[in-house]
Write a protein that binds this ligand. Structure first.
Ligand SMILES: [Fe+2]
Length: 375
């Protein structure tokens, strides 16, 4: 039926099987640096968020010294989950609801009702704090690693950027480290995380489901332009000035861009869990949190020049509405796809069109890491 040169998609159970999913958490998400959001999610001392990474509940908190740290969301006393998953806020301390052990944002054990008794019995309070997880801030974002000896974060990120653009300059001109979050939305999507990544890597679906995107970036209408658009990116439509709902912008282009960037659209994937769109006056950053084989939490952050945001924080709606719409269009077809991939009709997978062939790089990334660990 298919020419031998056509690439196949993954077999259906790769998207539905609990063992496959468990192997991916262990061998991909617990071994790579994983993006958890922008640094300004925990901008001030005491700010904290509680994401799930590699199947582990984490607490990410900024301490009074200004450093962001990550901990397992587990009370070291009896193993109780400290904070509700996906809760966020500002706190001077975290208190376990079970026996009221209290920890500060640096993870230190501050107090516990039976502390004197414990110490009399030889308990070392200094080592009784929250168990730390490696965290680094890079390009204005928070990254964590559950690996015991992770490769350097910069290497992981820059390898992908170089592969995508052939150099680092294009990415660096967007000045990711100084952009500020103007808006964020979170979505619960009933689809496997790999379907979300695959969808971002091809634009053959853009004509069918993304009318606004195609109006702004006509090259996507044919589906032949890859969503990545190659090293040079893709041009905005001639009558359009910005990647916003109206095609007009409330902001000037980012100040560090070159003139040649002022009409460009770039998209890139930073595996395992970042999907990034770079446009002249902002960036859209999607972070995937796989929760179950058919459930992915997705955080979308819209990033702007901090001076523009300070000037008027209420002008971001033109950018937010557009990509929120694109997101919802994508999630609807992905949830529908999840419903079909588990069928015996899809047991051997499907087929990739030549213009979707870059998805094979992603399959290779996953296969290399699973290496026989899952059927
Ligand atoms: Fe899409």
């Amino acid at each position: 039926v298919h020419g031998s040169e056509l690439a196949r998609s993954l077999p259906g159970r790769r998207y539905t099987d609990a063992d496959v999913f468990g192997a991916e958490l262990e061998r991909i998400f617990a071994r790579s640096w994983v993006h958890v959001g922008r640094s300004d999610r925990v901008g001030r001392p005491g700010d904290y968020v509680c994401p799930t990474v590699g199947g582990e509940g984490l607490i990410i908190a900024r301490g009074p010294d200004g450093s962001a740290r990550a901990f397992f969301n587990v009370c070291p006393h009896r193993g109780t989950r400290l904070c509700d998953v996906d809760s966020a806020g500002n706190a001077a301390w975290f208190r376990c609801p079970y026996h009221l052990w209290r920890f500060d944002p640096s993870g230190r054990l501050i107090s516990a009702p039976m502390l004197a008794e414990l110490e009399a019995a030889g308990f070392d309070r200094a080592s009784g704090g929250l168990r730390p997880v490696r965290l680094q801030e890079l390009h204005g974002s928070l990254w964590v690693s559950l690996a015991s000896e992770p490769a350097p974060l910069a290497e992981q990120v820059e390898r992908t950027i170089r592969r995508r653009f052939g150099q680092l300059d294009t990415f660096q001109r967007y000045g990711m480290e100084r952009l500020a979050t103007g808006a964020a939305r979170e979505y619960e999507v009933a689809a496997n995380w790999k379907l979300v990544v695959e969808n971002f890597m091809e634009c053959t679906h853009c004509g069918p489901i993304h009318p606004d995107l195609c109006r702004l970036v006509p090259a996507f209408r044919s589906g032949r332009a890859s969503y990545h658009g190659g090293e040079a990116g893709v041009e905005l439509a001639p009558e359009v000035d910005a990647f916003t709902m109206t095609g007009r912008s409330s902001r000037p282009p980012l100040p560090t861009l070159a003139a040649g960037d002022h009409r460009r659209f770039h998209a890139l994937v930073l595996l395992p869990n970042v999907l990034l769109v770079l446009v002249p006056d902002h960036a859209v950053l999607l972070t995937l949190f796989p929760i179950a084989p058919a459930r992915t939490r997705i955080r979308c952050e819209w990033l702007f020049d901090p001076d523009e945001l300070a000037r008027d924080p209420n002008t971001v709606g033109d950018a937010v509405e557009l990509f929120d719409r694109i997101n919802r269009q994508d999630w609807a077809v992905l949830e529908r796809t999840q419903l079909g991939v588990g069928s015996r009709a899809f047991a051997h997978g499907g087929v990739l069109a030549p213009s979707e062939a870059q998805i094979v790089d992603f399959y290779d990334f996953v296969r290399e890491r699973l290496d026989g660990a899952a059927p």
